[in-house]
Ligand binder design. Structure first.
Ligand SMILES: Cc1cc2nc3c(=O)[nH]c(=O)nc-3n(C[C@H](O)[C@H](O)[C@H](O)COP(=O)(O)OP(=O)(O)OC[C@H]3O[C@@H](n4cnc5c(N)ncnc54)[C@H](O)[C@@H]3O)c2cc1C
Ligand SMILES: *[C@@H]1O[C@H](CO)[C@@H](O)[C@H](O)[C@H]1NC(C)=O
Ligand SMILES: *[C@@H]1O[C@H](CO)[C@@H](O)[C@H](O)[C@H]1NC(C)=O
Length: 419
């Protein structure tokens, strides 16, 4: 313990940015700065914001690359859903020449440049399997498992959770799933519709991913059916020559949320028509209010609705059960399908490894305190990227965390941990 304290004391006085390497003690790897779990955009944003203040950190990543969600689990035609100015990470704008909605490849390029610029070198192939505050040591103990099951234990004062709202695919349990004869795949495994040419494909779930995968299947001459169980707000991606998102944010500065919702719905119905006519019923609550209350994101239409109108994409009610060749819907109808794609979203995995149960809800793996207060927990625990506000939310978190740790670091007192 004294050894660790001493090490910490040394770090506090001697802040040489090149001196960020972890120091091996006989028992643990002692990390002088914070440990960041996850090398997605949030983890990179936190590491860069710290780096800018001269604070070293270590990033642990289970995958073999940065931004693994974007590199390994997204479809080819993906672009940022929101205009680039709402997706920037701290301290580095997107290149001028990028389009308003950068492609997935461009976004990955940006993130790689970002990591390079701030000299962030995550430790790859290291899954964090447990993190626990040691009351005796007054440090966090973070255990990882590598590809060959080799275990490592890190010890640090600050722990920054950046594993994301999308860490694990949500796979629903549909009656008869094992019986179904064709492939069943989550959207995280979907790349493009090439392999589905001429096939009847059922898409379960009508969020942004489900809607866009339908469009992609259509463009690859497959026959998609979108199974819609819940209500959904579909909005045009742009209205009145502005991005719907940007326009909404701007209007919210002046008008109450319900009025903005009213305006969005009027313009949407002018541009898109009555979506309920096509089987897409709107929730009772307006899109922005619903987002604020439940985190449910409205779908920003990128052309799917037009294909629904022409009948190229069919819309069905929710799925009741599957048999070998068919899906039976809740209205009793059934239809033949060759493949099923689950666009059923993602969930956080924090409860599976973080032993501290105060900050994060065990139910959904998100911070219990709502935005903008979810970023800070007790005893040097932080969260970045759990705001349900995409990359913009992550950037806000990252900057706050860096400021907070800097203050603590500067105070120099070893009793910092009583924050
Ligand atoms: C299809 C799609 C499109 C999107 N489009 C946009 C958009 O246009 N604009 C926007 O703002 N947001 C968008 N989002 C939201 C998206 O969540 C964010 O853009 C961003 O990826 C979040 O970054 P993150 O770092 O918080 O999480 P992630 O990108 O998921 O990164 C988390 C990292 O943590 C790693 N990890 C997880 N668990 C562990 C563990 N136990 N140990 C070690 N490492 C671990 C993962 O491997 C991953 O690399 C989109 C999401 C999806 C799925
Ligand atoms: C991580 O694992 C991959 C195999 O999945 C391997 O190719 C890569 O070299 C490993 N990287 C490191 C840094 O160990
Ligand atoms: C969002 O909801 C919270 C309560 O959950 C409320 O305090 C806040 O004002 C809402 N935001 C807007 C923009 O209405």
């Amino acid at each position: 313990m004294d050894y660790l304290r001493e090490l910490e004391g040394k770090r506090l006085h001697d802040r040489n940015p090149n001196d960020t390497m972890m120091m091996k003690s006989c028992k643990y790897i002692c990390v002088p700065g914070p440990i960041i779990v996850g090398a997605g955009p949030s983890g990179l944003a936190a590491a860069a914001s710290l780096k800018e203040k001269g604070l070293p950190s270590i990033v642990l990543e289970r995958s073999h690359c940065i931004a693994s969600l974007w590199q390994l689990k997204t479809y080819d035609r993906l672009r940022l859903h929101l205009p680039k100015k709402f997706c920037e990470l701290p301290l580095m704008p997107f290149p001028e020449e990028f389009p308003t909605y950068p492609t997935k490849q461009q976004f990955i390029q940006y993130l790689e440049d970002y990591a390079r610029k701030f000299k962030i070198s995550p430790i790859f192939n290291q899954s964090v399997v447990s993190a626990e505050y040691d009351k005796v040591l007054e440090f966090w103990r973070v255990r990882t498992v590598g590809l060959k099951r080799e275990e490592t234990e890190y010890v640090c004062r600050w722990l920054i959770v950046a594993t994301g709202e999308n860490a694990e695919a949500v796979v629903p349990n549909i009656d008869g799933m094992e019986e179904f004869g064709g492939p069943i795949m989550h959207t995280s495994m979907y790349k493009n519709g090439g392999v589905f040419r001429g096939k009847r494909v059922l898409i379960v779930g009508c969020g942004n991913s489900g809607m866009e995968v339908c469009l992609d299947l259509c463009n690859h001459n497959a026959s998609p059916t979108l199974a819609v169980r819940d209500t959904v707000h579909v909005l045009p991606r742009e209205m009145l020559g502005k991005s719907t998102f940007g326009l909404s944010m701007w209007l919210l500065k002046w008008l109450p949320i319900r009025l903005v919702d009213g305006l969005l719905l009027i313009v949407s119905s002018l541009l898109l028509g009555d979506t309920a006519r096509y089987g897409l019923n709107r929730p009772q609550i307006g899109p922005l209010e619903l987002k604020n209350l439940s985190g449910k994101t409205p779908v920003l239409d990128v052309g799917t609705l037009a294909k629904i109108k022409t009948g190229d994409i069919k819309v069905s009610p929710g799925v009741q059960r599957l048999t070998r060749h068919t899906a039976e819907f809740v209205n009793g109808n059934s239809e033949k399908f060759d493949a099923i794609i689950l666009a059923t979203g993602y969930k956080s995995n924090v409860p599976s490894w973080l032993k501290e149960k105060e900050m994060f809800s065990v139910t959904d793996g998100l911070p219990k305190r709502p935005f903008p207060n979810g970023w800070k927990g007790e005893r040097g625990l932080y969260a970045v990227g759990f705001t349900k506000r995409g990359l913009l939310g992550a950037s806000i978190d990252a900057k706050r965390i860096a400021n907070d740790i800097e203050m603590c670091w500067k105070q120099e007192s070893k009793h910092c941990s009583s924050i």
